[in-house]
Design a protein around this ligand. Structure first.
Ligand code: ZN
Ligand code: ZN
Length: 147
């Protein structure tokens, strides 16, 4: 996994280049995005930022997240029946493993998945520019509770 301090610096640099103002609230949102533990939703980021900055509005968090998205520094995972989730640690397309019970999202790290794009290109002649690959299931924590 990419070091989250390093990721934070990369995102901060991008915002500085465009001369965006870095308020403490904005920086707090960026920190959470850079770490992206569990691929948080905007609501989840909002809850976390409010612990340190109680006056932060949900609109501020939304604006900051969409700004970072515009800059291509966060990957948005859209779900039809749930809030969008965000990965600022790995802003490029990659497979996800989603628990349908606790909604936890993790990044599976399988060599076979890394080679899939290349194989597909060779096989089909497509130039692949993007992909969505989500695996849905029940995580070990949720399975233990139920057994
Ligand atoms: Zn679970
Ligand atoms: Zn991810």
């Amino acid at each position: 996994m990419v070091d989250s301090d390093h990721r934070l610096n990369q995102i901060v640099e991008k915002l500085r280049e465009r001369e965006y103002r870095l308020t403490p609230q904005r920086l707090a949102v960026l920190k959470i995005l850079a770490a992206s533990h569990g691929h948080p939703s905007v609501e989840r980021i909002f809850e976390q930022v409010r612990m340190d900055f109680p006056t932060t509005s949900l609109a501020t968090v939304y604006k900051t997240v969409s700004l970072v998205k515009e800059l291509g520094e966060v990957l948005e995972l859209g779900f039809s029946d749930d809030s969008n989730r965000y990965d600022g640690n790995k802003p490029y397309p990659h497979p996800h493993l989603v628990c349908t019970q606790c909604k936890k999202i993790i990044d599976p790290d399988l060599a076979s998945l890394h080679h899939m794009t290349e194989e597909l290109e060779q096989e089909t002649g497509f130039r692949i520019v993007n992909h969505r690959l989500d695996f849905f299931g029940i995580c070990p924590d949720c399975r233990n509770i139920n057994s």
